[in-house]
Design a protein around this ligand. Structure first.
Ligand SMILES: Nc1nc2c(ncn2[C@@H]2O[C@H](COP(=O)(O)OP(=O)(O)OP(=O)(O)O)[C@@H](O)[C@H]2O)c(=O)[nH]1
Ligand SMILES: [Zn+2]
Length: 349
């Protein structure tokens, strides 16, 4: 994986550091010093705070930052974020709220899904979409192999929606594929996936100690999932870093650029007779034909449409979204009739 190119600082006493945990505007950073790495609390400088105009300009876990700090200081001051190679974000709740960045410079996102009742290809597509969009590389981890009798079929289904994506299968007793993968390519990784699929179990096994409380030894409503520290970035001996921040694990699998995940559908769309085909009822629609002949599953196509619509919304303001819903809902009706319907309280959705 490509390393960060670090521009030399204009201020010779400044140092470089990695953000290892974040709590509101306070950061825990690991400063790279000639004597080794040194952990210290940090805040952003007044000047940096003043110049920030959007939420991605705040440091997040995994960020490399330039700081000023001397031995006598209680807190270091963060002056800037070095260029990121990836940024993983989740959708904030509520329409028009944009996205919330949660981890930077992640190389690989392990999309973790259990092979039991948790297994769900539509959810997997959503995770893939977010990961492709972040600049990180997805790897699929299918856990609890002992709890399925249908592994071959499940693997075939996964490879259909995740063409070329590395896929590992783990069980209670065997997680060696992931361990080998990380030994061969030390890098920064995160685990995402539904609660209970075994992310903490895997992270503990990779670290070789109980850094995370798994659901077996955790109160179900306990806030702190880390047993020993409030770190959000853990290092393996081989240099691999595992980021695990609150809010990261399940993401909100509802946004992102769908083009890489749905490359086959986008390719089909280029063969529709009309360039602005909506793939609903047009003659010569290559997608409708593929669904009719069974080459494309209707479910997968429906998921594609849903994600495309959500993407479109994430780029619109509230009025535009309302107008779009209006058009979709009342497409054929006259404006006056549509307005009457709205006044009568018919829902748009
Ligand atoms: N059978 C089986 N059980 C597993 C496996 N991996 C984890 N488990 C069990 O599944 C339960 C949940 O595991 P966790 O590691 O806490 O799951 P998690 O994904 O970290 O869940 P959250 O912390 O809520 O995000 C625990 O009881 C684990 O012992 C596996 O490969 N096979
Ligand atoms: Zn079409």
């Amino acid at each position: 994986m490509k390393g960060l190119k670090i521009k030399k600082s204009n201020t010779p006493n400044n140092k470089y550091a990695t953000v290892i945990s974040q709590n509101h505007q306070l950061y825990l950073i690991s400063v790279n010093e000639s004597s080794g790495n040194h952990q210290v609390m940090a805040e952003i400088s007044g000047q940096m705070a003043y110049s920030i105009s959007s939420v991605e300009q705040y440091p997040v876990v995994g960020d490399r930052v330039e700081v000023s700090y001397s031995e006598n200081d209680d807190v270091a001051i963060i002056h800037r974020i070095l260029p990121r190679k990836s940024l993983l974000s989740r959708a904030s709740s509520g329409v028009g709220q944009g996205v919330q960045p949660i981890a930077a410079n992640v190389d690989t996102v392990f999309i973790t899904m259990a092979l039991d009742h948790n297994f769900n290809l539509r959810r997997m597509e959503r995770y893939l979409t977010i990961v492709w969009d972040s600049g990180a590389q997805p790897v699929i981890v299918l856990t609890k192999a002992g709890l399925t009798t249908d592994l071959e079929n499940q693997l075939a289904q996964v490879s259909e929606i995740a063409l070329g994506v590395t896929t590992f299968v783990t069980s209670d007793s065997d997680f060696s594929e992931i361990a080998n993968f990380l030994t061969q390519n030390p890098q920064t990784v995160v685990f995402v996936g539904s609660s209970g699929v075994g992310k903490s179990t895997l992270i503990n096994r990779l670290l070789g100690y109980e850094a995370m409380a798994t659901s077996e030894n955790r109160e179900s409503d306990s806030k702190g999932r880390h047993t020993t520290t409030n770190r959000q970035l853990f290092s393996l001996a081989n240099g691999t870093q595992i980021i695990d921040t609150p809010g990261m694990r399940e993401l909100q699998v509802d946004t992102g650029d769908s083009s890489a995940t749905f490359a086959d559908i986008e390719e089909l769309a280029t063969r529709c007779k009309f360039r602005n085909c909506t793939h609903k009822s047009e003659p010569g629609c290559a997608i409708i034909e593929a669904v009719d002949t069974g080459k494309l599953s209707a479910e997968r196509f429906a998921n594609y449409l849903k994600i495309s619509r959500e993407n479109r919304y994430s780029r619109m303001n509230t009025t535009e979204i309302a107008a779009d819903k209006f058009r979709r809902h009342f497409g054929g009706k006259s404006g006056a009739k549509a307005v009457r319907d709205i006044k009568k309280g018919k829902r748009l959705n």
